[in-house]
Design a protein around this ligand. Structure first.
Ligand SMILES: C[S@@+](CC[C@H](N)C(=O)[O-])C[C@H]1O[C@@H](n2cnc3c(N)ncnc32)[C@H](O)[C@@H]1O
Length: 239
């Protein structure tokens, strides 16, 4: 499942850019399985340092609105200029709960390793995200999750990993849970759902990135989390 194109971005697989499992591997698998039409307008929701925004601009030939909460737009603007993509990628500082865009504006909304932070609640998708898609537009997300909802020792290990933070704990769900949350509507349909193949590689890139959280995460993987975790992919089309 290796794509050679990913190798062109290897210089960015470091703690200066990665904020978790390798977002480019996750995005590349998603868009190879569900190609996005070139030339459209995409919101990269929770873009972090903008790696996925660069990838969408360069590889998918999309115009990108690189939207993030924790990373300042000015920081991403500097990066986009240094990468020579400032005319294709617009940095926006915004909260997914109150997006500043025109309704029906986007051909696609992509959210890699971010949607679980704000989207794991009833109503968020239909009320706060979907309105910004054109009819026929697609929402594409990949989020860390679990193979099956955790119980017993596995649940205890996850709680220890997230240091007892119930909000963080509640972001980890299985594919069925996500489908039950988002699966049925007159407004949209789920057109693809999967557990991503690149899950281990994406985590491994993070472990060797040099980031202190990567080192901590690896310790929990080695203690058994690896058996339970997955990466959940969803593609939803607005009707
Ligand atoms: C683990 S980082 C991943 C960043 C990037 N997608 C990547 O994979 O490298 C999660 C991102 O979600 C963003 N995020 C969390 N809550 C958000 C919200 N309410 N609105 C917009 N972005 C949010 C954070 O700002 C952060 O950059």
């Amino acid at each position: 499942m290796n794509d050679k194109r990913i190798e062109n971005y290897r210089e960015y697989f470091t703690k200066d850019y990665l904020m978790g499992p390798n977002c480019l591997r996750l995005l590349d698998e998603m868009r190879r399985k569900y190609p996005l039409a070139e030339g459209g307008r995409v919101m990269d929701l929770g873009c972090g340092t903008g790696l996925t925004s660069m990838f969408l601009a360069k590889e998918a030939k999309l115009r990108v609105f690189a939207t993030d909460l924790w990373i300042a737009a000015a920081q991403n603007a500097e990066r986009f200029i240094s990468w020579g993509i400032e005319d294709q990628v617009i940095p926006i500082h915004a909260d997914a709960n109150a997006l500043p865009y025109a309704e029906g504006y986007f051909d696609a909304i992509v959210s890699i390793d971010a949607y679980h932070y704000f989207g794991a609640k009833e109503g968020v998708f239909a009320e706060k995200i979907l309105p910004f898609l054109k009819k026929g537009g697609v929402f594409m997300a990949a989020m860390p999750g679990v193979k099956e909802e955790l119980t017993g020792e596995a649940a205890d290990l996850l709680m220890e990993w997230v240091e007892g933070n119930k909000d963080d704990y509640d972001t980890f769900h299985c594919r069925k849970w996500w489908l039950d949350l988002m699966g049925k509507s007159k407004e949209y349909e789920v057109v693809m759902d999967l557990d991503l193949d690149c899950y281990e590689e994406a985590w491994n890139d993070w472990f060797v990135s040099g980031h202190e959280y990567g080192i901590k995460d690896k310790a929990f993987m080695d203690r058994g989390m690896k058996r339970y975790l997955s990466f959940i992919g969803l593609v939803i089309r607005r009707k």
